[in-house]
Design a protein around this ligand. Structure first.
Ligand code: ATP
Ligand code: MG
Length: 412
């Protein structure tokens, strides 16, 4: 066997990377909490139905990308490719109707069988925001506002553009659908095979095609704008007003559609030019039909998901290890005393490095390598006097002080 490797498209998150990863999650969770969104989680796998029924059979995710399997009990299960379907399933399963609007923050691993590239993995991670049970355009503006606030706090809002569009209400969509069918039917020979299939089942999906030939055709396709009902038009205007009031800049992209069946009205993406082909950092929209499609009572919803790996690639390095103090006992008696002292310091919330052995030189070297800010030297003499020597590892200055004063001094 060659060197043992992780599965293609999966990555280990080593401690330095994890600090940046954790920073994205913590920043998102905190910003979301400022808007009243509460953290929740759903299982990593669900019945395959949950995704197939909600995301649509013709979506790339359902038709090509799902990790589906039959478990030992014969159940058809799928590792979640996204959060929205599971959270809506949880909304129905737990009878959360009395909590609407339910405002949630979630994060965790997602699984899609894709061609791995920079910013595209088979196991990746998302942060996710949902509002379930609100049909008001103010909710659309708010969830986008949460995204902007998270990006601002991560220092990457300026590297992104918010692209916004509306997919209209069902009535707008059906008029638009007919126009698209008429248009693409006139160019059948130039359509990719995938898109010929989409033409029958979901012609809007063609607008999201990544095929070059399809994209050339899409450039001249009819725009939704000409098919919007007055209601859909007013709704979109209200979302734009809401974003204006919140001070969130956006550009309308009339070609923006999202790849899943469940979207209505608002669709949006924060995109960047700094990640090559993987330019979408965070994306979402309104999904008023989804919960009904899953078997619940008609309940509107809106949300988004952002790829944590892409957010990490865009954000500045965040080496924020907690300041740590190294204990350097010299002599057998001091070694036991150091264990006791380490316990006291840790109970006072001070991070302590205490090596399992080695002489003072080795211990100082390790303290340096770990970036410890100070060392506490305990020799037999100090021990007898109830004192310790505190060495500032940055400046090199050394002071002796009573052991009883150590916590207060380190805290200062
Ligand atoms: P793309 O067009 O890049 O495939 P998508 O439309 O499939 O994206 P969504 O389902 O909207 O993506 O997921 C939301 C976000 O999750 C994306 O904007 C991206 O940041 C991230 N994401 C999606 N798929 C992957 C992946 N395979 N690896 C890493 N991040 C991903
Ligand atoms: Mg995709």
């Amino acid at each position: 066997m060659a060197q043992l490797q992780p599965v293609r498209g999966t990555h280990d998150i080593l401690p330095d990377d994890f600090a940046r990863f954790r920073h994205v999650v913590d920043t998102a969770r905190h910003a979301a909490s400022l808007f009243g969104y509460r953290e929740m989680a759903t299982p990593i796998f669900e019945f395959t139905e949950v995704f197939a029924r909600s995301m649509g059979e013709t979506s790339d995710v359902v038709s090509k990308e799902m990790y589906s399997f039959t478990d030992k009990g014969g159940e058809g299960l799928t590792l979640r490719p996204e959060y929205t379907a599971g959270i809506c399933r949880a909304f129905i399963s737990n009878g959360l109707q009395q909590h609407v609007p339910l405002k949630t923050f979630a994060w965790g691993p997602m699984f899609r069988f894709e061609r791995p590239q920079k910013g595209r993995q088979r196991q990746f991670h998302q942060i996710d925001i949902e509002v379930i049970g609100s049909a008001e355009p103010q909710a659309d503006a708010e969830v986008i506002g949460v995204a902007a606030e998270i990006l601002r706090r991560l220092g990457i809002l300026d590297k992104c553009v918010l692209e916004l569009n509306t997919l209209g209400d069902p009535e707008s969509r059906s008029g638009y659908r007919d126009a698209l069918v008429a248009y693409f039917s006139g160019h059948l020979a130039r359509l990719s095979e995938d898109s010929r299939r989409r033409l029958e089942k979901n012609p809007l999906r063609i607008l999201d095609s990544k095929d070059e030939g399809d994209r050339a055709l899409v450039a001249d396709a009819p725009l939704i704008d000409d098919y919007l009902t007055p209601h859909a038009r007013d709704f979109f205007a209200a979302v734009k007003d809401g974003l204006g009031a919140a001070g969130v800049p956006f550009t309308v992209n009339p070609r923006l559609v999202r790849g899943l069946d469940y979207y209505t009205h608002t669709a949006f993406e924060f995109t960047t030019t700094m990640l090559g082909a993987q330019g979408t950092v965070l994306a979402g929209g309104r999904y008023d039909g989804l919960i009904e499609q899953l078997g619940g009572k008609p309940t509107p919803g809106i949300g988004w998901a952002g790829g944590i790996e892409r957010l990490v690639l865009l954000s500045d390095p965040q080496p924020v290890p907690a300041p740590m103090v190294a204990l350097v006992p010299i002599g057998a008696a001091a070694e036991a005393a150091a264990v006791t002292l380490a316990g006291e310091l840790r109970r006072a919330d001070i991070a302590v490095e205490l090596a399992y052995g080695g002489n003072a030189g080795k211990r100082f070297k390790r303290a340096d390598r770990l970036g410890c800010v100070a060392a506490v030297v305990i020799g037999d003499d100090e021990l007898a006097r109830g004192a310790v020597v505190l060495k500032d590892l940055k400046s090199g200055t050394q002071t002796e002080l009573p052991r009883a004063d150590l916590v207060a001094r380190l805290k200062a």
